[in-house]
Design a binder for this molecule. Structure first.
Ligand code: LLP
Length: 463
């Protein structure tokens, strides 16, 4: 790797262009523990290490870009959620955030359940030995084939998302001689304070059945009549990257309100309530996420209080965190290819990946941080934009960040908190190959999802 310093970049200290950033940190070598995986540190040479392995040797052995995942951190977070909710509640890891067979095994060993939302996720879960009764099957348009496989394999619950699906699942279960445990997903009409595309409980959207106008109550009425279904509860998921618990409070209040209506009308007290996932993590130093035990305490108190007021037995609670478990446990390791200072603006730092391995910045205006990780540097901070190698000007990985002004081609940079929704939403845009997921633990690194090859691409191209 070349270590030649770039000729001094533009000075940004005097006039900073418009952007969402605070002043440069006092020391760019310091790593904010909030955004990095738990075992991350810098060694005596200034090289970042994780799980006891340094990033220079990770890049040499596995290439870049690569997602580097800290197994101890993943297990620790999974365990923290499990312990926080105790034996009276269930934690379903949301597989959409990131799923691989290694992850399924860790979840199984740590006593968590798993939420899947496609045939592919179900196949991954089952092939890695997750007991089917610990799997929840989600989705707003499950195919008949997916429903059949879910019922046949004996999944613990299917979350019903529409009137048609209530009938569809009931028929399939009956034709297989089964009675399928189901929940009904409702939209509670909460405006979650998050990006429009990841808010899911307002009424004008595709998920769930609205509580408003009595639609959810009607869905319950129909589900209770069908022999193929055992209705075990109501499900609500209000959105993602949420810090404020008030949305959950309103959601719980309204879901419990429905449980009361059901009790009054049918004489049935549904035994379960699922409050979904969506708890936020720190992408930058500005984010202050809550600990699982605080979240568990808050949610349990809300549901208990609402049920007492409604004179209902408190149902068993379940939650579905995805990002909050896997998000902070991984970072993406890139090699810098070009450094392009634009006078009076900022310096564009091009890395060897981009929107194909992290679409979140382009899709949601997501904010990330970034650090030089193959060495320490005492150079002045420069305002940088980390961009990818794709043919789009919107191919931005980190919109505004400070990096040392001696950053040069060949340096390694890492973007923390990319464990969730990066590999799982990765694409082959521009026929770029999707990066591997390398797991580190106690001084060892192993590949759990390998890098794509050109043969992989050509194998699908059968024309
Ligand atoms: N449960 C349900 C029903 C969900 O739809 C989701 C996320 C979760 C749980 C997990 O949410 P989490 O705890 O991971 O925030 N791709 C977007 C977010 C969309 C997530 C969709 N559903 C992102 O990159 O932020």
């Amino acid at each position: 790797m070349s270590r030649s310093a770039h000729p001094a970049g533009p000075r940004h200290a005097d006039v900073l262009p418009e952007g969402h950033y605070s002043a440069p940190p006092a020391d760019l070598n310091t790593l904010d523990a909030k955004v990095w995986a738990q075992t991350v540190t810098r060694n005596a040479d200034g090289v970042l290490t994780v799980g006891g392995v340094d990033v220079v040797s990770l890049a040499e052995q596995h290439g870049t870009p690569a997602y580097i995942l800290d197994e101890a951190d993943f297990r620790g977070r999974a365990r923290a959620w499990r312990t926080a909710f105790g034996n009276d509640a269930d934690v379903f890891y949301a597989g959409k955030a990131f799923l691989s067979r290694a992850v399924v095994r860790w979840l199984h060993e740590e006593g968590l359940n798993l939420d899947v939302c496609s045939g592919g996720e179900l196949a991954t879960a089952l092939s890695a030995g997750m007991p089917a009764d610990r799997i929840a099957f989600h989705g707003n348009n499950k195919s008949t084939e997916e429903i059949r496989r879910a019922v046949e394999s004996g999944v613990g619950r299917i979350v019903l998302d529409s009137f048609q699906e209530i009938v569809r699942v009931a028929h399939i279960a009956q034709s297989l001689g089964r009675r399928q445990r189901v929940q009904i997903r409702v939209t509670v009409g909460v405006e979650a304070h998050t990006h429009e595309f990841i808010a899911t409980a307002h009424e004008d959207q595709k998920f769930g059945i609205p509580l408003a106008g009595g639609q959810a109550a009607e869905a319950v009425r129909r589900a209770l009549q069908l022999d193929g279904l055992e209705l075990i509860g109501i499900h609500s998921h209000i959105g993602s990257q949420i810090f404020d618990m008030s949305g959950f409070e309103v959601a719980a209040h309204r879901v419990v309100g429905l449980l009361k209506v059901i009790r009054d009308e049918h004489g049935v007290e549904l035994p379960e309530i699922d409050l979904g996932g969506g708890l936020g993590i720190a992408y930058t130093s500005d984010d202050d996420p809550r600990e699982p035990h605080e979240i568990a305490k808050a949610l349990t108190e809300i549901v208990t209080r609402e049920c007492e007021a409604a004179r209902l037995r408190t149902p068993r609670i379940s939650v579905e965190p995805g990002r909050a478990i896997v998000g902070p446990t991984a970072f993406t390791l890139y090699e810098v290819g070009t450094v392009k200072p634009l006078d009076g603006l900022r310096t564009y730092v091009s890395v060897d990946g981009g929107m194909s391995d992290n679409i979140r910045t382009a899709l949601y205006d997501a904010e990330y941080s970034v650090a030089l990780v193959s060495r320490a540097s005492d150079a002045e901070p420069m305002l940088a934009r980390v961009v990818g190698k794709h043919c789009e000007s919107g191919d931005i990985v980190v919109k505004d960040a400070f990096l040392p002004s001696d950053l040069a081609p060949g340096d390694l940079v890492a973007v923390p908190a990319t464990g969730a929704y990066c590999r799982s939403m990765a694409s082959n845009y521009n026929h770029v190959l999707r990066p591997p997921v390398v797991v580190v633990r106690e001084g060892e690194a192993r590949v759990v999802v390998r890098r794509e090859t050109e043969e992989d691409l050509l194998r699908l191209d059968v024309g």
